[in-house]
Design a binder for this molecule. Structure first.
Ligand SMILES: [Mg+2]
Length: 321
């Protein structure tokens, strides 16, 4: 990067990001981006991936890293029932970083943004000790804005896909096996479709138990999750065997959507999700009482999971730091 310099690289970026079109009136290369404002409500979110904290460079290709930076943000927009619209990308990088790495990251972001119907509107590059990728995403809300609050006693809890794939991959990496880390799934289209049925929704970034806990606290309800009903990713099942479901509900970074909806709405919601090739698995129910998540074991016993049982990611983050 030190050979090309900030301004040289940004000139290249302007070429990669493509010409202004659609809502984008002024794209990368000026003092700020200009976009024609959408009618309705916009959603704003931002998330940063920091090397050594959220990723290791040897575990992900630059493109996969870029995709990830975009999709973790798109996942938050999806969890509100919205769609990605415009992206700002701010990168901190050491001067020794190969330009090809930086270009790959931008390509990963730009391609995914395009595929989602969004534009890479601009960004920033700053020199730092380690690589960090910050995405700020503007989304357009659908007709229904779904929040974490709103789950009602009697609702069922459903997830949009299998859990535990990322957890199992990280576990394998930490054990020295060079497995591929799965991509963050694209759930914005299905999130928008599920929104009219949802009382509450959240994306599963910290693990099902933790994120269900966030939803419970926001809604002032409790939740019970059936371990036997949790859809477990094949790789997780292979690696963890009998412990797979318990591992999967604690492992993070699956980025599926967790939705609370009334039992009557399940059929229609399932049909709507299937139109996007996404299944909807009922994993539990909303119950009265303290905002806590309880796990129902296959033998029928119920337990409140201890934090220590669900700390795989926290541990890997700590060890990577
Ligand atoms: Mg989230």
């Amino acid at each position: 990067l030190s050979d090309v310099g900030e301004h040289g690289w940004i000139r290249g970026l302007v070429r990669r990001a493509g010409k202004a079109s659609g809502a984008l009136i002024v794209g990368p290369g000026d003092d700020a981006a200009a976009l024609r404002a959408p009618r309705g409500t916009v959603l704003l979110t931002t998330d940063t991936l920091v090397e050594g904290v959220h990723f290791r460079r040897e575990w992900l290709s630059p493109r996969a890293l870029g995709r990830r930076a975009f999709r973790v943000n798109a996942s938050d927009v999806a969890a509100m029932g919205g769609r990605p619209w415009a992206v700002l990308l701010a990168i901190e990088a050491p001067a020794s970083l190969p330009v090809a790495t930086l270009d790959g990251i931008v390509d990963g972001v730009a391609r995914d943004a395009r595929a989602a119907g969004a534009v890479l509107a601009g960004g920033n590059l700053a020199r730092a000790e380690r690589l960090a990728i910050a995405v700020a995403l503007v989304g357009v809300a659908g007709r229904t804005i779904v929040r974490r609050a709103g789950a009602c006693v009697g609702d069922v809890l459903a997830v949009t896909g299998p859990l535990g794939a990322m957890g199992a991959a990280v576990r394998a990496r930490l054990a020295g096996r060079a497995v591929r880390l799965p991509d963050v799934p694209c759930r914005w289209a299905v999130g928008e479709r599920l929104a009219p049925f949802a009382h509450a929704m959240i994306d599963v970034s910290d693990g099902l138990v933790q994120d269900a806990g966030h939803l419970c606290r926001a809604s002032g309800v409790g939740a019970e999750i059936d371990l036997a009903a949790v859809p477990v990713a094949a790789a997780c099942r292979r690696a963890l065997g009998a412990d797979a479901a318990r591992f999967a509900v604690g492992a993070g970074e699956d980025y599926e959507l967790l939705v609370a909806l009334r039992p009557r709405a399940v059929r229609a919601a399932r049909r709507a999700a299937l139109r996007h090739g996404v299944g909807l698995s009922i994993v539990g129910r909303v119950v009265p009482g303290a905002p806590r998540v309880r796990l129902r074991n296959p033998d029928g016993t119920v337990a409140v999971p201890s934090r220590s049982g669900f700390d795989h990611f926290r541990r890997w983050r700590a060890s990577a730091r």
